[in-house]
Design a protein around this ligand. Sequence first.
Ligand code: NAD
Length: 250
Amino acid sequence: MRFKDQVSIVTGSGSGIGRAAAVAFGREGSKVVVSDVNEAGGLQTVEMIEAAGGQAIFIPCNVADNAQVAHLIEQTVATFGRIDNAINNAGVGGPLCKITYVSWQDYQQVMDVNLGGVFLCMQHQIRQMLVQGGGKIVNVSSVAGLRGLPNSSVYSASKHAVVGLTKSVAVEYVRKNIRINAVCPVFTRSGMVDSLFSIDPSYEEKLKRNIPMGRYGQPEDISQAILWLCADENSFLTGHALPMDGGMMA
Ligand SMILES: NC(=O)c1ccc[n+]([C@@H]2O[C@H](COP(=O)([O-])OP(=O)(O)OC[C@H]3O[C@@H](n4cnc5c(N)ncnc54)[C@H](O)[C@@H]3O)[C@@H](O)[C@H]2O)c1
């Protein structure tokens, strides 16, 4: 039990990668704060953790809303006393088209959630981590945060920015016992990717050809990397953006 008696928050854990991370933290002995805008999905994740013998609560939060993020952190500390692991995973896919067709509203929505959400969460989490003497943060970026992704330019820009925030802020707090890393998944079978395939089923085979390992990621592949980045045995690891990509970036 690598995270026994620790406290972990996972945003966007009502489904997909976030749910897999929340369940994995619960299995490894951590108390878990499941958070999402999707209440039904969040409550289901709590049930899964409890069914496996773990302890979890659900706190609704739109990560793009400063007051809601402040409330998430306050309620977590009021309930469990501290935050050891903060996983900033909530995100949305962007419009699938060339930049000339992207509306300003779509641009703002993607940036508000994918970048603004990570910014706000880190601000509030780090204030608490400074009070308690340390902690670990993992931001969920994407391979689209490491390379361009045509027809997803805004999504790709938001995920590049998450890598920039991760590296810069990691160095700001490197001597405060706060480690901050990012994980950069390739296409992973979650609601986000399945809805892409439902728009055009031919994407499923086409996109897989770009992954050297010849398969999509599973949410559990990514959650294992998230837990590894948080593990105390990795106390020298900070400011890193780890591709979880079946070899794509190589
Ligand atoms: N699935 C992939 O192929 C893939 C690849 C690279 C990166 N990612 C990233 O992984 C993260 C998780 O995505 P997923 O694939 O599990 O998709 P998903 O759609 O299953 O999960 C995303 C979750 O975030 C929640 N969410 C959306 N907007 C929110 C907001 N404003 N506040 C709080 N919660 C919000 C959703 O309700 C959902 O539960 C995202 O940041 C995504 O960009 C996914």
